[in-house]
Every structure is written in C-alpha cells, then in structure tokens.
Design a protein around this ligand. Structure first.
Ligand code: NAD
Ligand code: UDP
Length: 338
C-alpha cells in the first residue's frame, strides 16, 4: 500500500485524515513541528485505529529535516496540512505567516522534487475566492486578494503550485478549498484544540458551553441573510478527511493541478448554529450581538458538484451531527489535549 507523508498531521484536520488513511490501509508518516498541536493526538489516532504510524518531529522550513524524511521512507504522495491559520495573528505577524505557509510550502515541493515525489494534496481555503462572487461558489469563479494575510498565503501557494504543475507535467496536485471545518471524530477522543482565545465560531461556542468563556460575541446581526447573522458552509471534519482520501486516489491516477471545493453546499447562519447546538445538546449558549468583524462577508457556501462528480466524494454528515460531535469532544476534553 502507498506510503503517505502527512505534514501537519498532528493538527485538527490532519489527525482526522490520519485515521481515514490508516483505516484505508495506507502507511502514514506524520511530519509536524507541534507548534499548534500535541503528540497526544497521534497516540489517540493509533488507539482508535489500532494501527501504528511513524511520527517525525520537524519543520517544513528546514530542508535537511525534510530531505531526511524522503530519504528514510519511500514516500508515494504528500498531504500538506502544515501551516499557521490564525487570521488575527496573521495581521500582526505577517512575516511569520509568509515564512511558515509560503516559504514552508516552497521548501516542501523542493524536497519533493528532489526525491521525485510529485503527488500532492494541499489544504487551501474558500477564503481565496473574490468576495464579490455570489454563493454558491464554484471553482471557475475568480479568486480575489483575501482581506487577511493568512488567506493571502493560501492564494499565493495555490498560484505557485499551479505554475509549478504547468512547468512540469510530472506533478499531480489537488487544491482542496475547504469551507468551514467543524465537528470531531465520533469517539470524542480527537478534535479541535485551539490555543488561546478561539478565532472560529465552533470552538468558541463549545468553550462557552463548557464554561471556559462567558458568552459568544456574534459579529453583526444586520447582514442581508435569513436572520441578519453571517452564513457559512460548515463541513464535518470526518467528511473533509475523507475528501483527502478521494483526492489522493484521484491524483495517484492523473496529472496536472486541479481545485475542488470541499463543503456541503448548505449555508447556516451563526444564530442557526447556536440554536441548533442548544437544541441537540441541551446546553444553553450565552451570547450578545456585537459589531461586524472586519473582513467578513455576509454569505459563503460551496457549489461542491465538481468534487462530487470527479472525486466520487459525498458528505455524509449534517449540521446536527457536526454540533453533537463537537460537543462530545469538548465535554470529554474540557481543556483539549492538556
Ligand atoms: P492545525 O493548526 O490544527 O494543524 C496544522 C498543523 O501544522 C499543526 O499540527 C502544527 O503544529 C503544524 N505546523 C505548523 N507550522 C508548521 C511547520 N512550519 N512545520 C511543521 N509543522 C507545522 O490546523 P488545521 O485546522 O488542522 O488546518 C490544517 C490546514 O488546513 C492548515 O494549512 C490550514 O491553514 C488549512 N485550513 C484550515 C481551515 C480551518 O478552518 N481549520 C480552513 C481552511 C484551510
Ligand atoms: N463568528 C461570530 N463570533 C465568533 C466567531 C465567528 O459571530 O466568535 C461568525 C463570523 O462572523 C462568521 C461565522 O461566525 O459569520 C464563521 O466564522 P469563522 O471565523 O468560524 O469562519 P470564517 O469567517 O473563516 O468563515
């Protein structure tokens, strides 16, 4: 069975993807500097699957460390999750984001080319679409300059990978444009474990529910949406993990660079998320409305028909499952992996 290098595999989406890879019989090598994760996630992945993986602690910006991994293991393909993702921090420390996300990705493809490994699945984001596009967003719609430096790094890396692939037909690259990943593995043993104050809606909601935060601030209630709050396409992390397997299988059989949206195709408002969370879990979530957050669009959801048609992928979980599973993880692990 093929050997897959998973950069950032100890993180939220990476750890869920490792489970799917191991269950499908792949050999997994995780390469992670643990800057935003804990090795405990990988212990639990191995417990859940009853299969072992190889962990190498290292940084994608370090050529020697990366080259050594390719020398020591005959890697067939790479799934590249490693990177920083905090939008606010990316505004304060742009160079750290350019270095980790852009320079790190360049170093990764340099090491891949050196080792003659040309199959890559890259974690991109719906943030790369021009904000004037009207949802549902499809892959042919124009990209724009994202309003924050984090999103900008995703756009730049997508463009670099497209140019790289155009320059050498050996490359086979999937750009997976994630919408809003939430939820956790059914076991509740692995999940999202943000450091500090969460930027994203879902971990904020679960931390209010578990008593770690006082109340949710809802950013704006005057958008042109069903109830005035922002609408997003929440996707269960297990469905997202599965999309990586489907993309990997597709890329192992064809060449070139291609983008796929990974979302459910359904939009939910912030109030719908909060209300549904309260209903399915029976826990109140205190909240207040505050001003809009700079850079937010009113509505963003996917046209996922390309992924469904070409990757043979189909999301299995709805919003209620996502919210139950997020809460199941949070209540079993009130302080994350700590
Ligand atoms: P995460 O922070 O949980 O995982 C990222 C992992 O990469 C962490 O384990 C971290 O320690 C590691 N890492 C960071 N910099 C590294 C470096 N220089 N060298 C080696 N390892 C490094 O984040 P996640 O939510 O699992 O996201 C995974 C990927 O998906 C990221 O690239 C992220 O930008 C992208 N993405 C995430 C979302 C989201 O909402 N979670 C949405 C769109 C795209
Ligand atoms: N949001 C909110 N309060 C929060 C975090 C997010 O009201 O504490 C809203 C945000 O304005 C957006 C939605 O929830 O409408 C999803 O935000 P998130 O940051 O999770 O994802 P993104 O903005 O990247 O789509």
């Amino acid at each position: 069975m093929a050997k897959i290098l998973v950069t950032g595999g100890a993180g939220y989406i990476g750890s869920h993807t490792c489970i799917e890879l191991l269950d499908a019989g792949y050999e997994v090598i995780v390469f992670d500097n643990l800057s935003n994760s804990s090795e405990e996630s990988l212990n639990r992945v191995q417990d859940i699957t009853q299969k072992s993986l190889t962990f190498v602690q290292g940084d994608i910006r370090n050529a020697d460390e990366l080259d050594r991994v390719f020398e020591n293991h005959s890697i067939d393909a790479v799934i590249h999750f490693a990177g920083l993702k905090a939008v606010g921090e990316s505004q304060e420390k742009p160079l750290i984001y350019f270095d980790n996300n852009i320079a790190g990705s360049i170093q990764l493809v340099k090491s891949m080319a050196k080792a003659k490994v040309y199959t890559l699945v890259f974690s991109s984001s719906a943030a790369i679409y021009d904000e004037d596009n009207i949802s549902p967003l499809n892959e042919q719609m124009p990209t724009g300059i994202p309003s924050n430096n984090y999103g900008y790094t995703k756009l730049i890396v997508e463009q670099l990978l497209q140019k790289l692939s155009a320059s050498n037909p050996e490359w086979s690259i999937a750009l997976l444009r994630y919408f809003n990943p939430v939820g956790a593995h059914k076991s509740g043993r692995i999940g999202e474990d943000p450091q500090g104050i969460p930027n994203n809606l879902m971990p904020y909601v679960t931390q209010v529910a578990v008593g770690r935060r006082e109340k949710l601030s809802i950013y704006g209630n005057d958008y042109d949406t069903v109830d005035g709050t922002g609408v997003r396409d929440y996707i269960h992390v297990v469905d997202l993990a599965n999309a990586h397997l489907c993309a990997l299988n597709n890329r192992l059989q064809s060449k070139g660079c291609r983008a796929w949206n990974i979302g459910t195709g359904n939009g939910s408002s912030v109030l719908q998320v909060k209300d549904t969370f309260e209903q399915v879990n029976g826990i109140p979530v205190a909240f207040e409305f505050v001003a809009r957050r700079a850079g937010d669009v009113a509505t963003s959801f996917a046209d996922n028909s390309r992924a469904v048609a070409e990757l043979g992928w189909q999301p299995q979980y709805g919003l209620e499952d996502m919210l139950k599973d997020s809460w199941n993880w949070q209540k079993q692990n009130p302080n994350g992996y700590n």
